[in-house]
Design a protein around this ligand. Structure first.
Ligand code: MRU
Length: 340
C-alpha cells in the first residue's frame, strides 16, 4: 500500500510503502494518513498488504491460525486512533468477511487465501466510500442556494476519504454546479489540516477560497461574509451528537448566534448506533509537543470536540439529508443500509 504522507503536504509529495501492521499503526497515529473514512480504507488495505506479506513468509498455515492472525492484526489497527468510528467499523467488516468465508480457507497454507479475501473486502470498503462521497455531495449541494459563501474546518476532501470527500465533497459538488461562491477554510489548530490540506485541495480544484486562522471565524461570521457552516464528523452518536475536529463545537455555537445553518456531512459508516449520546464518544488527546509549549508547562490537547445535536441543522449522509429528531432519522437511515 502506498500512502501519501499528509504530514509533508503541501510542501512535499512523499509516498510511503506500508506492508506491516506496525507501519500502518504508526502512519495512522502520526496522521500521515488521516480523516475518518480514509483511516478505515487505509487500515483495511494495510491489513490486506500485511496478510500478503505473512502469507509469503508462510507465517499463516491453518484456518484457525488465519482467524487468529486477522483478529489480532485488526485489533492493533483499530486501537491506533480512538475517536473515528470508521476505523473500528472497517476492521469489524474485515474480520466478519473472513469469518463468513471461513469454510473456504484451506486446511494448509491458508495465508494466501486469507490475503485475497482481505484484499477484496478492502477494495469493497474503498469503492463503497467513494460512492458514499458522491451521494453526500449530491444531497448536500441541493441544500446550497446560488451565491453561497461557506465556512468549513479541518480537511474533509479527497485527502480524508476514498472519494471526493464529505463536507468538502458537498462544497466541490456545489461549486461544480455553479452555486458556491466562496469557501472560508479555518486553519484548524494545532496541525493545520485546513491551512495545509484543504487549501491544497481548493487550489487543485480551482475553487475560490480563503484560509482564516481559527480565531477569525467569529469576526468573519459577524461581518456577514458567511452563509452556511459545514463540517465533517468522526463519530455520530445515535441521538445525532457529532464528534469532529476540535473547534467544530465553537463554529456551531457561532453559527447559532449568527442565525446560520450548521450542517454535518458524513457517510453512514460514521454513525455509531451503539453510542447513545456524545458523552459516550472517546475523545483522543494528543501530546503537548503538538502545541509547542515549553517544558514544565502542561498542555491540554484534545483532537476532537462534540457538537450537540441541538446545534446541527441537518446531517447530510449517503442515505439523504437527516433532520431532527435524529434518533428517528438516524435509525431509519441505518435500517435502510442494513436492508441493502
Ligand atoms: O485528526 P484528523 O485530521 O484525522 O481529523 C479529521 C476530521 O476531524 C474530519 O473532519 C473528519 O475525520 C471527517 S473527514 C471526511
Amino acid at each position: 500500500v502506498w500512502i501519501l504522507d499528509q504530514t509533508r503536504l503541501p510542501g512535499e509529495t512523499v509516498y510511503l510503502d506500508i506492508d506491516s501492521i506496525e507501519a500502518a499503526v504508526e502512519a495512522i497515529a502520526m496522521l500521515r494518513i488521516r480523516g475518518a473514512p480514509l483511516i478505515g480504507v487505509g487500515a483495511a488495505m494495510s491489513l490486506a498488504a500485511a496478510a500478503k506479506r505473512a502469507a509469503e513468509a508462510r507465517a499463516v498455515q491453518t484456518a484457525s491460525a488465519a482467524m487468529e492472525w486477522v483478529e489480532s492484526a485488526a485489533a492493533r489497527l483499530a486501537a491506533a486512533r480512538p475517536t473515528a468510528v470508521n476505523l473500528g467499523w472497517a476492521m469489524t467488516r474485515m474480520i466478519r468477511r473472513v469469518t463468513v468465508m471461513r469454510e473456504q480457507l484451506p486446511a494448509h497454507d491458508a495465508g494466501s487465501t486469507l490475503a485475497r479475501m482481505l484484499r477484496e473486502e478492502a477494495q469493497r470498503i474503498w469503492d463503497e466510500d467513494a460512492a458514499m462521497c458522491g451521494a453526500i455531495g449530491r444531497a448536500g449541494a441541493a441544500l446550497i442556494p446560488p451565491g453561497t459563501r461557506a465556512l468549513t474546518v479541518c480537511n474533509t476532501g479527497m485527502l480524508a476519504t476514498g472519494g471526493i470527500g464529505t463536507a468538502f465533497g458537498v462544497l466541490r459538488t456545489a461549486f461544480e454546479s455553479g452555486v458556491l461562491e466562496h469557501v472560508y477554510a479555518c486553519e484548524t489548530r494545532p496541525l493545520r489540516q485546513g491551512a495545509r490540506l484543504t487549501a491544497w485541495e481548493l487550489a487543485r480544484c480551482d475553487m475560490p477560497g480563503t484560509v482564516i486562522v481559527d480565531g477569525a471565524a467569529a469576526p468573519v461570521m459577524a461581518s456577514g461574509r458567511v452563509d452556511v457552516v459545514i463540517a465533517g464528523a468522526d463519530r455520530i452518536a445515535a441521538n445525532g451528537d457529532s464528534a469532529n475536529k476540535v473547534g467544530t463545537l465553537g463554529l456551531a455555537m457561532l453559527a447559532r448566534v449568527h442565525g446560520l445553518p450548521f450542517y454535518i456531512a458524513a457517510p453512514t459508516s460514521t454513525i455509531d448506533p451503539r453510542t447513545a449520546t456524545g458523552a459516550g464518544i472517546p475523545i483522543e488527546e494528543r501530546g503537548a509537543h503538538e502545541i509547542g509549549v515549553p517544558n514544565g508547562v502542561s498542555a491540554f490537547n484534545p483532537a476532537f470536540d462534540v457538537t450537540p445535536a441541538g446545534l446541527i441543522t441537518a446531517i447530510i449522509t449517503d442515505r439523504g439529508v437527516l433532520e431532527p429528531p435524529y434518533e428517528r432519522s438516524i435509525s431509519e437511515a441505518l435500517s435502510a443500509v442494513a436492508a441493502r
